[in-house]
Write a protein that binds this ligand. Structure first.
Ligand code: HSE
Length: 305
């Protein structure tokens, strides 16, 4: 029987100023998926975790990705998957993208890699659509390709893989619920030209910083004048975390994806660990439970184990 075991990483979408167009893969946390190729057209889903995600294929992020692959290849293949999630759903660190990207990469592997990486991203985006109502690829692309990615366009798909410096990433996940669909709905549909000018200056600066390995330029460019002022209202302690982390030496950071997680980049591991303590202090003081991760940028993306 053909089967594969894969590791699918968490991701930080947006990278502060690049709403829906920038993302970065993390070495921690990650999900594990075991996928078998079936010789009949059905999808069977088992959960090996406590998140109680739906096992009906049409309601499951990985399930809809398998269904879209099956529709494309026709014939009589199917998939049986066991999902072991470590990336908590609703955390803002790409939980749904990890399931969707993992399913797409595993299916392609089991079918003999018949699809291009753009096609694999397209399949995975069907899962993201189910999870958030919108087909965005800023978690999917870095999850599949690793490193830092720029989504220049979705229609047609144009993904640019950027260089990723050896930075440390500290993430805090306050245990509150922020649904991506809600965090998208509260955004304004118009932006002021003066804000747009600041934002595209920062995006260009951030991309240049990654390409030139200019860590201070990366830090200066981690500024968001459009999305963060609105979404940060949903995250208790956000401004305190950001201010205190920068004082403790972080290059910069902000909301991870649509939140509630917050991420910070640092040049050195000892700074990243000091920042973890700063984040813990804020949430201990407020009295909200949290998880933290001190990790690095994942350069491989979904990995076949
Ligand atoms: N770019 C998306 C957003 C990522 O910020 O809404 C969340 O899935």
């Amino acid at each position: 029987m053909k089967q594969v075991r894969i590791k699918s990483p968490g991701t930080v979408a947006n990278l502060v100023c690049g709403f829906d167009i920038l993302g970065m893969a993390l070495n921690e946390p990650y999900d594990i998926m075991e996928v078998k190729l079936l010789d009949e057209p059905k999808v069977i889903i088992h959960n090996r975790d406590n998140y109680n995600l739906p096992t009906e294929p049409e309601k499951n992020v990985a399930g809809v990705v398998f269904l879209s692959v099956m529709e494309k290849v026709g014939g009589t293949v199917g998939f049986e998957v066991t999902i072991e999630k470590h990336i908590k759903p609703g955390s803002g660190i790409g939980s749904s993208a990890a399931s969707a990207a993992g399913a797409a990469v595993a299916a392609n592997h089991l079918l003999g890699n018949i699809f291009s990486s753009d096609e694999v991203v397209q399949f995975a985006m069907n899962g993201e659509k189910l999870a958030s109502g919108v087909k965005h690829a800023d978690n999917i692309a870095p999850c599949i390709l690793g490193g830092v990615t720029l989504i220049r366009s979705i229609h047609p798909l144009d993904i640019i893989h950027l260089a990723s410096p050896d930075l440390f990433v500290t993430v805090v996940h306050p245990q509150i619920e922020v649904r991506t669909s809600d965090a998208r709905q509260i955004l304004r549909q118009q932006v002021l030209l003066k804000d747009a000018i600041k934002q595209w200056g920062n995006i260009a600066g951030l991309v240049t910083g990654f390409m030139k390995n200019d860590l201070d330029l990366i830090g200066r460019s981690l500024e968001d004048v459009i999305i963060e002022p609105i979404r940060s209202i949903l995250i208790p302690g956000f401004h305190e975390v950001k201010t205190n982390c920068k004082e403790a030496g972080a290059l910069g950071g902000g909301i991870s994806g649509s939140g509630p997680s917050i991420f910070m980049l640092s040049k050195e591991e000892k700074t990243a660990k000091a920042i973890e303590s700063v984040m813990k202090d804020v949430y201990n003081k407020i009295g909200i439970d949290y998880n933290t991760y001190v990790t690095t940028i994942n350069k491989k993306g979904v990995e076949i184990l």
